[in-house]
Ligand binder design. Sequence first.
Ligand code: GLU
Length: 423
Amino acid sequence: MEKVKQKSLIENVQDQFNKAADLMKLDIGVRKILASPHNEIVTNFPVMMDDGSIEVFKGYRVQHNNILGPYKGGLRYHQTIDQGAVMGLAALMTWKTALSGLPFGGAKGGIQMDPSKYSNKEIERITRRFTFALGDNIGPDYDIPAPDVNTNSQMMAWIMDTYLSTKSPAERQNNIHIVTGKPVKSGGLEGRDAATGLGVVFTIEEWARDKKMDLKGATYTVQGFGKVGYWAAHFMNKLGAKLVAVQDHTGTIGNANGIDVEDLYKHTKKNNGGVNGYKGASEISSNDFFSTAADIFIPAALSDQVTGETAPMLKVKLIAEGANGPTNTEGEAICIAKGIDIIPDILCNAGGVIASYFEWLQNKRQETWELAEVNDRLKKKVVLAYRNVFNTAAEHKTDTRTAAYIVAISKIESVYKERGIFP
Ligand code: GLU
C-alpha cells in the first residue's frame, strides 16, 4: 500500500490555527493577517572553509508577527530547515510569547546544514557571516534571536560580538540584548540553559496535581537528550520520577529499572552528544521505544514524531511537548481518542523564551538576576499560562492545544482591535 504523505510542519500549524480560529470565531481581518508572516528573509551567504574553499549557505529568518512586541525566536542549524519549516516555527513563537504574556512577537530562523560536518572554527565563521548577512533585519528592540536545535550559548556570543562590531563604539555596550541565551559571563542569564527543561517539568507538575498523581516513582520516556531533554530529565529525576527509555539521533535505549540521568549525561558528553552505547541500558528498537509503557512521554527533539504511525503504539497517560511541533494533527487525533493528555508545545516548552525575556530585561536594565529569582518568576509565568490553557479548554470544551491557541490569539486579536489598521 502506498504510504500517505505526512503533512509538513507548516501545514500542521496552519490546521491548528484554523481549528482555533473557527472555534473562537476570530475576526476575519485578523485571521487574514495572522495567516501569513510579516517578513520572510532568505540569504545565500559565502563562508571560507578550513581548506580555503568557499561554500555558500542558505540562511532564513521569518518574522511572523510583532503586534505585541519585538520579533523573538531561535535560530536552528539543521538539514530540515527550509522556508516552510521556519514559517511554521515562527508562527508557533507568536502564539508562545502571547500565551506566556510576554511583550514579544514571533520569529524563527536558521541555516539549512548538518553542523556535525563542520569544524568549530567553520561553525564560528558560518555564524558570524550569517549574522552579518542579516544585518539590521535583526536588532535588540526589533528582532532578537536565541538558541534552538544545534545552536548554543557560544554561538549566541559570536552573534552578539559580530552584531556589536557593526555598530559605532558608543552604541555597542547598550545593544547586548541583540540576542538571548548568551553565556552568563557575556551577559547571559543564570538558569537560561536549564529553563526550557525546567518549564516542561513545571507544567508536568501542574498536570500531576490535577490528576492527584505523585510524580515520585512515576515513569517517563524522553526523545532527544540535548538542552531540553536532558534538563527535563534532570528535574524529573529530582522529583523522584524514573526514566525508562531514551531515543536520540544516535540510538534508542531502555531499562525498566530506571536509567541514571546524570550518568547518561556524562556518557553523552564523551560520546559526541549521543546516548548510543550507554552501558546502563539496553539497545531497543524505535517501535519498542514508542510502545514503552510509562506515565509520561517527553518528546524533546524534532517535529512530527507523534504521527498516524507512532501514536497507535503509545502506552502513556501524558505527552509533554518539549519540542516544537512533535505531534502532527493525525497523531493528535489518535492520542485524544486514546485518552492521552497533551501539554502542547507552546505551553510546555515556553520556559526557554520566558527566561529569554528575563535575560533581555536584565541586559536592558544593566542588572544581574539571581538564579532563585529567575526560577521563581519562571514558575509563576508557566503556572499562570497552564491554568489559562486548561480553564479555556474546559470552557470551550476543546483539546488543550486548541485552547492554548485560543488564549494566545484572543490576546493578539484584542490588540489589533484596539490599535486598528494603519492608515
Ligand atoms: N528556541 C526556543 C523556542 O523555541 C527559545 C526561543 C527564545 O528564547 O527566543 O522557544
